[in-house]
Design a protein around this ligand. Sequence first.
Ligand SMILES: Cc1ncc(COP(=O)(O)O)c(C=O)c1O
Length: 922
Amino acid sequence: MSNGAKNQDGRIDRFFSGPGARADSWRDLVDAAKAWTRSPGDHARFDALLAQLAVTEEYHGYPGPHLMAALKESASSDDATGASSLAVRITQALQTRSFRQHAGDWNLHDEGEGTAPDLLPPSFGRTEAHRPYFETLIVTGLPATNWSPLCAEWRRLRRPIDAFIYEPVFVGSFEDAFCATILNPDIAAVVINEGFTFRSRHDAPVLRSLTAAMDQQEDSDVSALKLAHVLKRVRPELDLYMVSNRRVEQLAGNPEADVVRRIFYSVEELLELHLAVLEGVQDRFDTPFFDNLKKYAQRPIGTFHALPIARGKSVFKSDWIRDMGEFYGPNLFLAESSATTGGLDSLLEPTGNIKKAQEKAARAFGADHVFFVTNGTSTSNKMAVQALLGPGDIAIVDRNCHKSHHYGMVLSGAQPLYVEAFPMTEYSMYGAVPLRTIKQALLNLKAENRLDRVKMLDLTNCTFDGHIYNTRRVMEECLAIKPDLIFLWDEAWFGFARFSPFLRPRTAMGAANDIDEWLHDPKAVAAYEKQRSEFGANPSDEVLLETRLIPDPRQVRLRVYQTNSTHKSMSALRQGSMLFVKDVDFHTVEAQFHEAVFTHASTSPNQQLIGSLDVARRQMELEGYGLVENAMEIAFAIRQAVAANPLISKYFRILGADNMVPAQYRESGFVDYLSPGANWVMALRSLREDEFCLDPTRMTLVCGTAGFDGTQFKGILANRYGIQLNKTSRNSVLLQSNINNTRSDVAHLIRVLAEISGEIDRSLSHGGINARKTFEARVRSLMTDVPDLPNFSHFHDSFRGDAGTKTNEGDIRSGFYAAYNAAGCEYIRLADAEIDRRLKNGPGAGVRQFRHPVPAGLPDHGAGAGHHPGNDRLHAQARCQGNPRLRRRRGIEARAARGVSETRRQPFADAWDQGRCGIKRA
Ligand SMILES: Cc1ncc(COP(=O)(O)O)c(C=O)c1O
């Protein structure tokens, strides 16, 4: 790739370009400096790159104005060697992050620490223990010439006893503060002094494209409070401090100022501000449960109850299992306990540090309450469903949801009303459920006077393949039809999204907070009334389906629940999950929740799991923004590399938003993040308006075009190259980037894809016409002879109870238990012609067992292989013929079974029909 093209890719006005793009710019500068040393006097390219870089480097503490000025100076004095060695040192320090601890990195020459006392804190680089580093953004109205002495003043405040070390970063305008907050993930606190300007002192196009995304005009309010609100929206985890030289009391009393952690009067001591900044970070750093667990592990404790593994004596003294102790290390055993006292707490009834840890998690994720769960989101979902639904309640459920929802319905006796996602037949997968389908279901129930029975809408966001709902719109429109509807958003895969300003509004909690704000806006009632009068007395269903409905803010009871597998996208140990609550009526169901906790939580929860949930929260609050940015950048790097590589792109492609989301659901006209001309403004509009968006970190790699089915390709990647990936479909595999990935992972993947593509290329060119024909036939079979994706048919009449005529809800619980009657069951193999005969002539049958792909909608899931039904051993067990009620059933199970056997990908609900059903899990 040419340098020009590389720069283009790395530009900050491209999407989500983060730390990687910055590192690339520095490497380009190093290359230019080296070229200059080889052609003395020719430093035009170096100058140009430095000028470009200088704009955004102002937003970072390191290398800082001192070293940047030195680089500029070397250009004006034609010192190629000096420029090159300094650029190399800075680049290395950024790459290794050594500047966070090593004082010498901040010096002009690497002469060790202490040679620039005005730049460095007395203890910087010398502490015995590692001190976490962050940066504090200082927004000021003072001219830039004052920033350097001011910076020195801040640094002089550092004390050896400080738990953290930070570097101040100065900006003088609203725009710069916004850009710095976006571009610098190290910023953990912002001090806003009044008196700054609106416009940046730079007029760089890269900044314009960023600030356009901010949606803020020059003539608008540029007060410190306004800035605080804008920054809080971008990164809610940041601590904001305001320094005002007038009316601080009035400001402090303003409810709008609640986004600010503390307000200072400008003449006050700078030391107070410094201490407040440290305290704010300490508050996020503290992990109440984990901190106590560590203390507990250090204490001499004799255990006289269960859990002999605790303290590890029986492990380390053993000749036979000592390797286990050596492998895991002593702390694991020292921190094992079945106690709930002595500094620990009870997960089932938390009153101490687990309670505090949960409260911190609630703050971090924008919820009112959080439950820590130690048996995965499978359990979180069952808890929520059981607590919120009772026998006979109707829940509108995505048919492709994870098994835990179906089991939750069985437990609670609620009646699921399955709604269908749009099919993506070409790739043998499902999308998400269109809002129109959901509204239609609600309107049908309303038409039959059964709206009062509907309690919940239960959806998966994002879906396994990355379809993100417009959570706000879905909730608002549903609330317009049923103002007290409860929402359960299964965000098993999407917990990380909270820490991206782009994705947050599309999370359950992000949207719930936005709706909550709107409900309190006086304009909301007026908007509702206006729409109501436009509708007239009796708007038709068609009008209601076509219009974006506005709920009545006076009627709405906002009740939102979100579950997430913290272990799937953050640093929690496997099975660590959280259940978030933002429900104005939580007090009415709180007791039920405690029952649900008692039903599902083990009485022996694992301490390490709880500790990891606490730590995962700490990490996300302090560095989640940068980590998520990195995960997105990695995904874009993979997408770009696959598309740009001539060999790889011959056989493989990654589906863009345009392939994953049909055009009618991309109302903004957005095509894809990587399509020509796409920019931040367009992506933001899509994220704001479109019915569905694609999570960029979830990449569907089509491998059918290379002649591999998903399972086969997954096996090749795992067995030959040690690359593990997520799920597969008939002709694709799903790659997922997360906070753990590095660019080396990208390089490995791309190298492997290039190698495989090369092998295909060679075998085709050496194999002659026959090899090509066989290959083409294989590709055709994988890509075009794809099986249908049948919808859920219906519940058998026996299990329809009092269901209405227009809707297809059913009593899943009775059906489930009817299957316990062995006499009513028969077994038919999936491929058996008997199924076709029965379909045609009857007698019908229901489906005996849940046939659910794990995870949601998808059977072939490496991570969940333990409960993945072995495809080859699927047996149709239409066991229902002995049951006269079931004999009436026609056709459903056989079709479902056949769907399974052909595609091996069917979501369970095809196979599930009432009660007795036909697919045995291996
Ligand atoms: C949508 C969805 N919800 C819930 C779960 C269950 O989560 P866990 O594995 O944490 O129990 C999964 C698992 O893959 C899932 O895909």
